[in-house]
Design a protein around this ligand. Sequence first.
Ligand code: C2E
Ligand code: MG
Ligand code: MG
Length: 628
Amino acid sequence: MMLDKQLYQVIMLTIDAPTPIAIALVGFKVEDTLLSNLKATTQLETTLQVYTGQAEVFRISTLPEALVDRALAQLNQHPSWLSITVTKDTPYVSLQFNLADNLGSQTVITLSEDAEALFADFNSLQFNITAIGLLAVLLATIYAALFSNKISRPLTALATIAKRIAVGDYSQNVAVQSNTKEVNLLSEAFASMQSNIQLREEEIIFQARHDILTSLYNRNHVETLLEQKFLNNDSFLVIGINIFGFRGINDIFGYQNGDFCLKELADRLTKFDGVAARLTGGELLWLPTYEPTAEFTQSLKVTLEAPIDCGDVVINIKVAMGLISCPEDANNAEQVFKRLNIVLDEAQITRKFILPFNAELEERYSRRLSVITELKNTLRHATDELNLHYQPKLDLKIGKVTHVEALIRWTNARLGFVSPEDFIAVAEQAGFIENITSWVIKRAIEDAARFRDANLNVSVAINLSAKDIMNPTLLPIILEVLDTKNLPTDSLSFEITEGDLVKDHDKAIVHLQAFRDKGFELAIDDFGTGYSSMAYLQNLPVNTLKVDKSFVLQLHQRDGDQKIVKTVISLAHSFGMNVVAEGVENIEALKLLADWGCELAQGYYICKPTPADNLIAWCNDNKSTKWL
Ligand code: C2E
Ligand code: MG
Ligand code: MG
């Protein structure tokens, strides 16, 4: 209650004795002491104001006069940390209560707290935290610098090592020393990676340079070695070694034994000083470190050919050796390989087992290649380059020509005349002899029909190769073509070279028998040059032996030839066979043969091979010739 511009706290009490007897009114002047007590109790600055209407009529405060307005202005505010600690525009947080409205005046009490003081501890805490934080960052930075030095140096070293490993340099030790366990682990991992890569690379290099089966060098690597030798202008000998019929060894004894033979041969070869390699299949190459003598090469061959004991079977191998002297015979690796092929082929064909290369071999080889190419072309597109000549066989008993031999002739646009000796064997090896045979059969049967039409009663003898005999479709084809010309089977006969029959004797017998069963005459050609045995002869379903011309050409001069031919004739007769002698070049031979009971004679003395038309004319001209 305002009284005389002073504020009083008034308490009105009823005095009961025991019924109310009086009302006591007690007033206390509200002044600074009261507020101080209040402040002491609440710990808050306290301001008391009294308003009459809008006008403030009384004010006391525990705050200094200057701050009261400010505290009052911050009523009901929610101060932010920023406004307290940084901008400091809210030092007080105040809350205001209206006391009872008394007799037209309104008393208002405002409790204020100095926010700055309130935050003082917090600020110092905040400062400490910031300081500790900064210190931690600083320490961390220093530690990181030290630590990174400890980590990054060995890591950089490892990175350098990794780069070296990448380019294939494994010489450096990878042990990077560090106090850090992880770096040591990494360095150990690097070391084991390096040695593993090195091992694997060595393995890959080994595989790239070696033949897996024999562990000898392979063709690729030996090519590099040869090129190196040529670059250094070295003089050296290359020895090619070829196992005879290696495919046959695989076929007969199985691949496992074939492989075993190769390994054994490789072992034997590596015992000698030099570089050994396997080129393909059964073909090896050896570069001796010194120039071997002829005796040494021979003894090397003997060593290599020692029987190979494969456990379940003992295999006898034969090798052919081709020698190439470099740089005289070849001046680069490609030439070495090419000429090795040539010389090894030749060594096999001619059965000269140790054969040095010479230029003539290559000429023959190239010629053989062009023969193959041209002959294939002729058979496909230009069969008019082929012709058949006929050579009469004279029956010595009746003095008449009863048989003629068909002999192929080939005059090629590029190669000129090529002798059958030069292309028949090549065609056999190259695997297209049956194309020649079918052409010959067709033409020979056509000509046989012409001979019949010209009243020439002769049997046409066709030469067959071993491959033809083994061909099961040949006989039906011959029968069919004969049939189209209405010719009997005795208008054809066949000659087979003796050597060809030995290779697969049993099968050959079956096929020959089929020819005999159809009524064809069969002769063994070039008899005496092969390996005939009595037992073998006895079993062969042939009716004629044709004595090779090498025994006949000089028959009148050579005692030995006479003995052989006489023996062959009596042998043939004892087996019930006829004999034809080819290569009769003079009357003396003809007489001898007739005396010994030889059935037929063929040779230049009687007539050279001649075209079909000439043969008809010749036969007509010689109808009454007395040959003996
Ligand atoms: P061959 O079957 O032994 O034929 C006989 C060869 O001796 C023929 O050589 C013939 O011209 C030759 N000759 C005949 N009489 C005499 C003579 O008195 N003196 C001399 N020095 N030689 C004589 P050609 O025609 O060069 O044939 C050579 C070989 O070619 C033949 O030997 C035969 O094995 C083969 N041949 C020829 N034509 C064919 C054919 O059509 N098919 C097959 N598979 N081989 C054939
Ligand atoms: Mg013949
Ligand atoms: Mg012959």
